[in-house]
Design a binder for this molecule. Structure first.
Ligand code: GLY
Ligand code: MN
Length: 465
């Protein structure tokens, strides 16, 4: 945990932004995997972690925006638990670590909230993404579980997003730790991309690296020679020389801060000329965005910049044609780049996405596009110092999408469908870094992971005969 001052200051800052009422922050509980006692690895709720720092299950926190008090609800273990789990810190000890003075047994939260409701007090809570939390809120608030998310507090959501968006120096250090692990995961993946190896072997190896450094992976590892499938979670292929392998993977630290990196590796260690041409375009989109990202810049404009670089690059190899500004404005590039440039990252790999993507990535100054591709952009608003965002452009050749667009004669003025046939089995390329927005620009976080064609080929040449 960070120092108790970090958590008390965060709760104080949250209080200052609300007009009054009680802020109810339930932590997560264990979730059964295939029978009640066999559970998934526990992951605490990120907003609860942010304000209370406690990683254990079955807690709830209340922040009183009127009185300035904080309350923690949780149960000490009894001997029946201790024989299985060993002794654990008491609720009081954990409360002390995050600067909370008043603690109660978990069951007291029901009376606490029921009294507040009878006094007509406002209960602020965030959207729930787990069924257990919805059921808890149903019991606490008397709102049917299915309707709990219709009654969340927009005031609280906006206040939490405001605080969690700007990372504190201690948080940046944690993110950099998660990136140290990502460095090992990705360089291991590159070194392992040898013909004859099964994707599953590399997948297991790099997930093991994350686990061995104390945290889980920050999302299920994406590792595939079918990189054109954006979130490909199948790992059954045997690598063949000449294929491209996408590895999109990151780790959490013990405190649950995340990293999220993508690299694309030529199986066997050498890019072909055709692969290099496409790779250099994606790399340019990645590096130009990094050069231009700074406070005051709309991330939507960075997305459009990356889309234009991608469309220009595709034009230079004969896959696109016509006026590139026009093509991007109309959304023709999305055949090859059907996702957004990036997202916020912090305690969640898609930071705060559970609170509502539009609250995190959009505001009154920028609305979500309705165009296929651009509409999937998660982060569009103006960058501010302290934001951590991913930069992850890509180019993909998705046969199912190509076939639909071709049949519809979609954007024939911008897309050369005949030439595209030569790329049908190309796969995909994505390159992703995590950047911190600084006062004047931005900084790529973490130790540099090989990214240029030369750096990747050099690293691989040391390991692949
Ligand atoms: N790295 C996976 C994603 O950002 O969706
Ligand atoms: Mn990402």
């Amino acid at each position: 945990m960070f120092s108790k001052e970090i958590y008390t200051t965060r709760r104080e800052n949250l209080r200052k932004q609300l007009s009054g009422g009680l802020i109810l922050l339930p932590g997560n509980s264990d979730v059964p995997f295939n029978y009640p006692a066999n559970i998934y690895t526990f992951r605490q709720d990120s907003s609860f972690l942010y304000f209370f720092g406690i990683k254990n299950p079955d807690f709830a926190g209340i922040i009183d925006a009127d009185s300035g008090e904080d309350f923690l609800f949780g149960n000490d273990l009894d001997i029946d638990d201790i024989i299985w789990t060993g002794e654990q810190p008491s609720v009081k000890e954990l409360a002390d670590k995050c600067g909370v003075k008043q603690t109660y047994n978990f069951s007291a939260v029901y009376d606490f909230i029921s009294k507040a409701i009878s006094e007509g007090r406002k209960i602020h809570y965030l959207p729930a993404y787990r069924a257990q939390t919805k059921l808890l809120l149903e019991k606490l608030l008397g709102i049917p579980a299915g309707e709990v998310n219709d009654n969340t507090s927009e005031e609280l959501i906006k206040a939490v997003v405001k605080l969690r968006s700007v990372k504190e120096p201690v948080e940046i250090k944690e993110i950099e730790k998660a990136l140290d692990t990502a460095y090992l995961m990705h360089t291991t993946s590159m070194k392992s991309a040898v013909p004859g190896v099964k994707e599953q072997e590399i997948y297991g190896k790099i997930e093991g690296i994350a686990l061995s450094y104390g945290g889980p992976v920050s999302f299920p590892v994406i590792l595939s020679v079918n990189g054109q499938i954006l979130h490909n979670h199948h790992h059954e292929n045997i690598l063949k020389a000449g294929q491209l392998m996408i590895t999109d993977a990151g780790a959490e630290t013990e405190m649950h801060y995340c990293s999220d990196i993508t690299r694309t590796t030529p199986v066997g260690g050498k890019f072909s000329l055709k692969q290099k041409e496409i790779y250099e375009t994606v790399l340019k989109a990645n590096t130009e965005v990094i050069k231009k990202s700074k406070p005051g810049v709309f991330y939507k404009d960075m997305h459009l910049l990356s889309a234009k670089i991608i469309a220009e690059g595709l034009k230079s190899v004969g896959l696109m044609k016509g006026d590139i500004d026009d093509a991007v404005e109309k959304g023709a590039h999305a055949l090859f780049y059907p996702h957004g440039l990036g997202h916020m990252m912090g305690l969640d790999v898609h930071d705060m996405e559970g609170l509502g993507e539009d609250y995190v990535g959009y505001d009154d100054t920028v609305k979500r596009s309705k165009l296929f591709g651009t509409a999937f952009l998660r982060m569009a608003r103006k960058l501010e110092p302290g934001f951590v965002v991913t930069v992850e452009p890509g180019i993909y050749f998705i046969p199912a999408l190509i076939d639909i667009w071709k049949k519809e004669n979609k954007f024939t003025e911008f897309i050369n469908y005949d030439k595209l046939e030569e790329y049908r089995n190309f796969g995909g390329i994505r390159i992703e870094d995590d950047i911190l927005i600084t006062e004047n620009g931005c900084k790529v976080l973490g130790k540099p992971i090989p990214k240029t064609v030369e750096e990747i080929e050099n690293l691989m040449s040391e390991f692949i005969a």
